[in-house]
Write a protein of this length. Structure first.
Length: 131
């Protein structure tokens, strides 16, 4: 089982939930249509996912103050805490996989690689083009 799946299972969160929380953490409150695009989620069950996350107090939906016909999704403190726990656990598990005989330089290179991979993933989720 991959590190990500172990961390998700331990915190009882789905990959889709973690992805949505990551977008909300990065971008702040966002319209539902934009959240679908940025999270690359399937729109056919997106409402069910939002309902579940709202029931678990991870997000909150409110009318857009600028256009009350549109709904905004806001991260809740519990959702941001859960994402922080996931990120920390993921990092701890990934670092535990580094051989104990690795040098400090090798460990630093591995951390840089992980950070770079996370940035590439974040750019892909936001629709940005690489520089």
């Amino acid at each position: 089982m991959a590190v990500r799946e172990v961390a998700l299972k331990k915190l009882n969160i789905s990959q889709k939930e973690a992805g949505l929380l990551r977008v909300l953490e990065r971008d702040g409150p966002i319209q539902i249509a934009d959240l679908v695009v940025r999270s690359r989620a399937a729109s056919n069950n997106f409402t069910s996912l939002l309902n579940q996350m709202e029931e678990n107090d991870l997000i909150e939906r409110k009318s857009n103050p600028e256009d009350r016909r549109k709904i905004m999704v806001y991260p809740r403190p519990a959702g941001l805490r859960l994402l922080a726990q996931y990120n920390l656990l993921y990092q701890e598990l990934a670092e535990a996989l580094i051989p104990t005989h690795a040098s400090e330089a090798e460990i630093e290179k591995f951390r840089e690689w992980i950070e770079g991979a996370c940035q590439i993933i974040a750019r892909g989720n936001s629709g940005e083009k690489p520089a």
